[in-house]
Design a protein around this ligand. Structure first.
Ligand SMILES: NC(=O)CC[C@H](N)C(=O)O
Length: 434
């Protein structure tokens, strides 16, 4: 006799969850204002956009770069040929007062469009939930693929960052010159900065105020992870009105020309003059600090974007050792001018090993202040973690400043309490007994 056995179907795990995704691949053209056009195929949202065309040499972390608010208004060309191969993760974390609520660098895609030599049709990663194409569709951001990104990058490197139009069929026309939109004339910081004040990790044992020029989430996470209560203010908030409540001030990254943020620089100048607690600025925050200190910011030819930028430390401070080269993550078009002499009380902290641009400034030891600014991104996301301990240095300095303040107050409070609770009752008891 034969017994019939029901054979359970074998479920094969979907290794390539994007396998079913077909990139629509209509026509697309990247037009540059300087006259060149690159024809390819469209992916992502089927719409045309204007922007500043820039290139990034990062070989990974397209998800982090595309959600970095500093890429606002830019058409991002990846020099790495294959992009999209590990898909895109779910960009949400459970609601928690210690977290910014996202896995990537902000809630959505910030760049205007992306240019990829060969967009991955399939993706594979344990955390991926959608393809680069699907993600771009959801966020209404167009992409172009099948173009020679080496040729585009060589052009951008030689002629500098160039205005462009990513045109998607049926709207493939080359614009006339005056139609190109120039994001650098707008105050992009005002578009991405928080409108409301909020606090992460309110029970943290050291209080850090953040001026938000377009903060990457990993900057806030890096402060929270080191135990700080982090209160985030809009970029143009005058911190001087609340500074007595904080142990340190942090200035974040942000998009566009730092000269749009003179209002913030003027506020920070007053803070520098009148307040003696630690201050740390990253990228746009570093540029604002520099302007406040009396330095000028200028527009570079093509800027530095990538996760492989070497910087040389010129001074030692905290975890940083003078003479060492650190590999850093960067995304900037502007830089502080190296001037001789530097403003009094300031010194260069880092220079870029490729182009000698200023990569950091710090207050001198003689100034008695604890202020640092770096052009690169110690928080990485993506990129190397060579300088991540600068966050530890900053939060430790805030804690040390807070501790140094307590003894001034504490003895008098303790003495008053002892007088009130011990001495006075004893005197009364002695008087009553007499
Ligand atoms: N990442 C940043 O903060 C960039 C700063 C500024 N927008 C620049 O391009 O130089």
């Amino acid at each position: 006799m034969f017994t019939l056995r029901v054979v359970k179907p074998i479920i094969i795990p979907r290794l390539y969850r994007g396998l079913a995704t077909q990139i629509p691949g209509g026509s697309a053209v990247l037009h540059l204002k300087t006259g060149e056009s690159f024809a390819g195929h469209s992916f992502g949202a089927p719409k045309s956009v204007y922007g500043e065309t820039v290139f990034s040499t990062s070989i990974t972390s397209y998800t982090e770069s595309m959600t970095d608010p500093s890429y606002r208004g830019q058409i991002l060309v990846f020099t790495t040929p294959l992009i999209g191969n590990y898909g895109v993760p779910k960009n949400k974390t459970p609601i928690d007062s210690r977290d910014v609520g996202v896995v990537l660098e902000s809630k959505g895609i910030q760049c205007a469009g992306v240019v990829v030599a060969d967009v991955a049709h399939k993706f594979s990663h344990h955390a991926a939930v959608e393809s680069l194409h699907q993600w771009c569709v959801r966020h209404d951001v167009p992409g172009i693929t099948g173009v020679d990104t080496r040729a585009i990058t060589t052009l951008l490197r030689d002629q500098g960052t160039t205005l462009g139009r990513l045109a998607v069929a049926p709207d493939l026309a080359r614009p006339v010159d005056h139609e190109y939109w120039d994001p650098s004339i707008e105050n992009l910081v005002d578009q991405v900065s928080t409108k409301e004040v909020y606090t992460l990790n309110p029970t943290g044992n050291v209080k850090v105020a953040v001026l938000d020029f377009g903060a990457k989430a990993n900057i806030l996470r890096s402060l929270v992870r080191r135990g700080a209560a982090v209160t985030v203010f809009p970029w143009d908030f005058d911190f001087n009105t609340v500074r007595d409540q904080y142990d340190g001030l942090f200035l974040t990254n942000g998009p566009g020309d730092p000269n749009h943020c003179v209002k913030a620089a003027m506020n920070v100048r007053r803070t520098l003059d009148e307040w003696h607690k630690p201050i740390f600025g990253i990228c746009m925050g570093h540029q604002v600090l520099g302007i406040a200190a009396g330095l000028d910011a200028y527009r570079m030819t093509f800027g530095n974007r990538g996760h492989n930028q070497p910087v040389l430390a010129l001074a030692s401070a905290g975890s940083i050792n003078a003479g060492r080269v650190y590999v850093t993550s960067q995304n900037h078009q502007y830089a502080l001018k190296l001037q001789d002499p530097f403003p009094q009380g300031w010194e260069p902290f880092f220079i870029n090993c490729n182009d000698s641009s200023v990569e950091g400034i710090k207050s001198t030891t003689e100034s008695g202040k604890k202020v640092w600014g770096v052009q690169f991104h110690p928080e990485s996301a993506g990129g190397p973690l060579d300088t991540i301990e600068m966050f530890t240095d900053f939060v430790d300095e805030c804690r040390a400043t807070k501790k140094a303040e307590i003894p001034k107050e504490a003895p008098s409070i303790i003495v008053e309490q002892v007088v009130e609770q011990v001495v006075k009752p004893l005197k009364r008891a002695v008087a009553a007994a007499a």
